[in-house]
Design a protein around this ligand. Structure first.
Ligand code: AMP
Length: 217
Protein backbone atom coordinates (compact mmCIF):
# COMPACT_ATOMS: atom_id res chain seq x y z
CA UNK A 1 0.00 0.00 0.00
CA UNK A 2 1.41 3.36 -1.06
CA UNK A 3 -0.20 6.38 0.55
CA UNK A 4 0.26 10.10 0.01
CA UNK A 5 -0.65 12.50 2.80
CA UNK A 6 -1.79 15.76 1.29
CA UNK A 7 -2.79 18.91 3.15
CA UNK A 8 -1.58 22.31 4.31
CA UNK A 9 1.40 22.75 6.64
CA UNK A 10 0.44 22.05 10.23
CA UNK A 11 -2.74 20.10 9.42
CA UNK A 12 -1.27 16.99 11.09
CA UNK A 13 0.27 15.00 8.22
CA UNK A 14 3.28 14.04 10.34
CA UNK A 15 1.19 12.91 13.32
CA UNK A 16 -1.31 10.95 11.21
CA UNK A 17 1.60 9.47 9.24
CA UNK A 18 3.17 8.33 12.50
CA UNK A 19 -0.10 6.71 13.61
CA UNK A 20 -0.48 4.94 10.24
CA UNK A 21 3.13 3.78 10.53
CA UNK A 22 2.50 2.29 13.98
CA UNK A 23 -0.74 0.56 12.96
CA UNK A 24 0.14 -0.68 9.47
CA UNK A 25 3.94 -0.95 9.78
CA UNK A 26 4.59 1.06 6.65
CA UNK A 27 7.59 3.41 6.69
CA UNK A 28 6.68 7.09 6.86
CA UNK A 29 8.79 9.22 4.57
CA UNK A 30 8.71 12.92 5.37
CA UNK A 31 10.63 15.07 2.90
CA UNK A 32 10.58 17.97 5.40
CA UNK A 33 12.15 15.76 8.08
CA UNK A 34 14.83 14.46 5.70
CA UNK A 35 15.66 18.02 4.63
CA UNK A 36 15.80 19.32 8.22
CA UNK A 37 18.16 16.46 9.06
CA UNK A 38 20.40 17.38 6.11
CA UNK A 39 20.41 21.01 7.29
CA UNK A 40 21.32 20.11 10.87
CA UNK A 41 24.14 17.85 9.66
CA UNK A 42 25.42 20.64 7.38
CA UNK A 43 25.60 18.29 4.36
CA UNK A 44 26.02 19.60 0.80
CA UNK A 45 22.27 19.29 0.20
CA UNK A 46 21.51 20.77 3.62
CA UNK A 47 23.54 23.90 2.89
CA UNK A 48 21.80 24.36 -0.46
CA UNK A 49 18.23 23.98 0.84
CA UNK A 50 18.45 25.86 4.14
CA UNK A 51 17.50 29.28 2.79
CA UNK A 52 14.40 27.95 0.97
CA UNK A 53 13.11 26.21 4.10
CA UNK A 54 13.73 29.25 6.32
CA UNK A 55 11.76 31.47 3.94
CA UNK A 56 8.93 28.96 3.70
CA UNK A 57 9.55 28.46 -0.03
CA UNK A 58 9.61 25.12 -1.81
CA UNK A 59 13.00 23.55 -2.40
CA UNK A 60 13.74 23.01 -6.13
CA UNK A 61 12.10 19.78 -7.31
CA UNK A 62 15.23 18.33 -8.93
CA UNK A 63 16.80 17.78 -5.48
CA UNK A 64 13.57 16.57 -3.90
CA UNK A 65 12.70 14.03 -6.60
CA UNK A 66 16.19 12.53 -6.49
CA UNK A 67 16.00 12.31 -2.70
CA UNK A 68 12.58 10.60 -2.73
CA UNK A 69 13.54 8.14 -5.48
CA UNK A 70 16.60 7.15 -3.48
CA UNK A 71 14.58 6.70 -0.26
CA UNK A 72 11.78 4.60 -1.76
CA UNK A 73 14.26 2.31 -3.50
CA UNK A 74 15.33 0.99 -0.07
CA UNK A 75 14.33 -2.47 1.15
CA UNK A 76 11.90 -1.30 3.84
CA UNK A 77 9.73 0.30 1.13
CA UNK A 78 9.08 -2.93 -0.80
CA UNK A 79 5.59 -3.41 0.68
CA UNK A 80 4.68 0.25 0.48
CA UNK A 81 5.15 3.54 2.29
CA UNK A 82 3.50 6.72 3.47
CA UNK A 83 4.65 9.93 1.81
CA UNK A 84 4.35 13.02 4.00
CA UNK A 85 5.11 16.31 2.25
CA UNK A 86 5.68 14.85 -1.20
CA UNK A 87 4.55 15.54 -3.88
CA UNK A 88 4.10 19.25 -3.27
CA UNK A 89 3.40 20.27 -6.88
CA UNK A 90 1.78 18.72 -9.96
CA UNK A 91 5.16 18.40 -11.75
CA UNK A 92 6.53 16.45 -8.74
CA UNK A 93 3.56 14.05 -8.96
CA UNK A 94 4.06 13.68 -12.72
CA UNK A 95 7.76 13.03 -12.18
CA UNK A 96 7.18 9.98 -9.98
CA UNK A 97 4.38 8.69 -12.19
CA UNK A 98 6.70 8.86 -15.17
CA UNK A 99 9.01 6.52 -13.25
CA UNK A 100 6.17 3.99 -13.08
CA UNK A 101 5.44 4.70 -9.40
CA UNK A 102 1.70 4.70 -8.71
CA UNK A 103 0.18 5.26 -5.30
CA UNK A 104 -2.98 3.54 -4.04
CA UNK A 105 -4.58 6.46 -2.26
CA UNK A 106 -4.14 10.11 -1.40
CA UNK A 107 -5.51 11.22 1.97
CA UNK A 108 -6.42 14.89 1.69
CA UNK A 109 -6.37 16.28 5.23
CA UNK A 110 -8.54 19.36 5.35
CA UNK A 111 -8.83 22.12 7.95
CA UNK A 112 -9.50 25.88 7.72
CA UNK A 113 -6.47 28.21 7.65
CA UNK A 114 -7.46 29.62 11.07
CA UNK A 115 -7.22 26.17 12.67
CA UNK A 116 -3.87 25.59 10.94
CA UNK A 117 -2.33 28.86 12.17
CA UNK A 118 -3.40 28.05 15.76
CA UNK A 119 -2.04 24.52 15.52
CA UNK A 120 1.32 25.65 14.18
CA UNK A 121 1.70 28.33 16.84
CA UNK A 122 1.48 25.68 19.57
CA UNK A 123 3.60 23.00 17.83
CA UNK A 124 6.85 21.98 19.50
CA UNK A 125 9.33 19.37 18.24
CA UNK A 126 11.89 17.33 20.13
CA UNK A 127 15.56 17.85 19.30
CA UNK A 128 16.45 14.21 19.86
CA UNK A 129 13.49 12.07 18.75
CA UNK A 130 10.50 12.30 16.35
CA UNK A 131 7.99 13.26 19.11
CA UNK A 132 5.77 16.28 18.44
CA UNK A 133 3.82 18.19 21.12
CA UNK A 134 1.03 20.74 21.12
CA UNK A 135 1.27 23.18 23.99
CA UNK A 136 -2.57 23.40 24.13
CA UNK A 137 -3.83 19.91 23.28
CA UNK A 138 -0.90 17.66 24.12
CA UNK A 139 1.50 19.61 26.34
CA UNK A 140 4.62 17.87 27.64
CA UNK A 141 4.51 16.91 31.33
CA UNK A 142 7.48 19.19 31.98
CA UNK A 143 7.56 22.48 30.09
CA UNK A 144 10.10 22.44 27.22
CA UNK A 145 11.12 18.81 27.81
CA UNK A 146 10.18 15.76 25.72
CA UNK A 147 8.07 13.14 27.57
CA UNK A 148 9.51 10.36 25.42
CA UNK A 149 13.28 10.89 25.63
CA UNK A 150 13.91 13.92 27.84
CA UNK A 151 15.23 15.96 24.88
CA UNK A 152 14.77 19.72 24.60
CA UNK A 153 11.67 20.94 22.75
CA UNK A 154 11.89 23.69 20.14
CA UNK A 155 9.78 25.56 17.64
CA UNK A 156 10.68 25.06 13.98
CA UNK A 157 12.19 28.24 12.48
CA UNK A 158 9.58 28.10 9.69
CA UNK A 159 6.76 27.84 12.27
CA UNK A 160 7.27 31.51 13.19
CA UNK A 161 4.16 33.54 12.23
CA UNK A 162 5.78 35.38 9.26
CA UNK A 163 6.87 32.12 7.59
CA UNK A 164 3.58 30.35 8.32
CA UNK A 165 1.52 32.88 6.36
CA UNK A 166 3.86 32.50 3.40
CA UNK A 167 3.83 28.68 3.61
CA UNK A 168 0.03 28.75 3.49
CA UNK A 169 0.12 30.96 0.39
CA UNK A 170 2.61 28.58 -1.23
CA UNK A 171 0.33 25.66 -0.32
CA UNK A 172 -2.74 27.25 -1.90
CA UNK A 173 -0.88 28.29 -5.05
CA UNK A 174 1.36 25.28 -5.68
CA UNK A 175 0.14 22.25 -3.75
CA UNK A 176 -3.65 22.62 -3.80
CA UNK A 177 -3.80 21.93 -7.58
CA UNK A 178 -2.81 18.35 -6.67
CA UNK A 179 -6.33 17.85 -5.28
CA UNK A 180 -7.78 18.09 -8.80
CA UNK A 181 -4.92 16.05 -10.21
CA UNK A 182 -5.42 13.07 -7.87
CA UNK A 183 -9.18 13.42 -7.90
CA UNK A 184 -9.07 12.89 -11.69
CA UNK A 185 -7.13 9.68 -11.03
CA UNK A 186 -9.90 8.54 -8.66
CA UNK A 187 -7.57 8.01 -5.68
CA UNK A 188 -8.32 11.09 -3.59
CA UNK A 189 -9.98 10.60 -0.19
CA UNK A 190 -11.19 13.66 1.74
CA UNK A 191 -10.55 13.65 5.48
CA UNK A 192 -11.90 16.20 7.95
CA UNK A 193 -8.76 17.06 9.94
CA UNK A 194 -10.28 19.99 11.82
CA UNK A 195 -11.17 18.25 15.13
CA UNK A 196 -8.80 18.92 18.01
CA UNK A 197 -6.74 15.88 18.93
CA UNK A 198 -4.98 13.34 16.69
CA UNK A 199 -7.18 10.40 17.80
CA UNK A 200 -10.31 12.09 16.46
CA UNK A 201 -8.62 12.88 13.15
CA UNK A 202 -7.26 9.33 12.89
CA UNK A 203 -10.80 8.00 13.38
CA UNK A 204 -11.90 10.21 10.48
CA UNK A 205 -9.05 8.78 8.37
CA UNK A 206 -10.11 5.19 9.04
CA UNK A 207 -13.78 5.98 8.43
CA UNK A 208 -13.00 7.73 5.14
CA UNK A 209 -10.79 4.85 3.97
CA UNK A 210 -13.46 2.27 4.85
CA UNK A 211 -16.09 4.27 2.99
CA UNK A 212 -13.95 3.85 -0.12
CA UNK A 213 -13.86 0.07 0.44
CA UNK A 214 -10.09 0.12 0.64
CA UNK A 215 -8.38 -2.41 2.87
CA UNK A 216 -5.09 -1.30 4.33
CA UNK A 217 -2.31 -3.79 3.88
P1 AMP B 1 7.29 20.17 5.91
O1 AMP B 1 8.01 19.56 7.07
O2 AMP B 1 6.62 19.13 5.03
O3 AMP B 1 6.37 21.28 6.31
O4 AMP B 1 8.43 20.82 4.98
C1 AMP B 1 9.26 21.86 5.45
C2 AMP B 1 9.90 22.57 4.28
O5 AMP B 1 10.72 21.66 3.53
C3 AMP B 1 8.93 23.14 3.24
O6 AMP B 1 8.42 24.40 3.63
C4 AMP B 1 9.83 23.22 2.01
O7 AMP B 1 10.74 24.29 2.12
C5 AMP B 1 10.64 21.94 2.14
N1 AMP B 1 9.98 20.80 1.46
C6 AMP B 1 9.49 19.66 2.04
N2 AMP B 1 8.99 18.84 1.11
C7 AMP B 1 9.13 19.44 -0.08
C8 AMP B 1 8.78 19.11 -1.43
N3 AMP B 1 8.16 17.96 -1.71
N4 AMP B 1 9.11 19.99 -2.41
C9 AMP B 1 9.74 21.15 -2.13
N5 AMP B 1 10.08 21.55 -0.89
C10 AMP B 1 9.79 20.70 0.13
Amino acid sequence: MKIILLGPPGVGKGTIGQMLNEKYKLPKISTGEILRDEVSKRTGLGLKVERYIKRGDLVPSKWIIQMVKHRISKNDCKKGYILDGFPRTVPQAQAIESEGIHVDMVLDLKAPDKVIVNRISSRRLCHDCPAVFDTHIKPPKKKGICDVCGGKLFRRADDEPESVQHRLEVYHAKTEPLIKFFSAEGILIDVDASPDGPKKVFRNVERAVLAHHIHMK
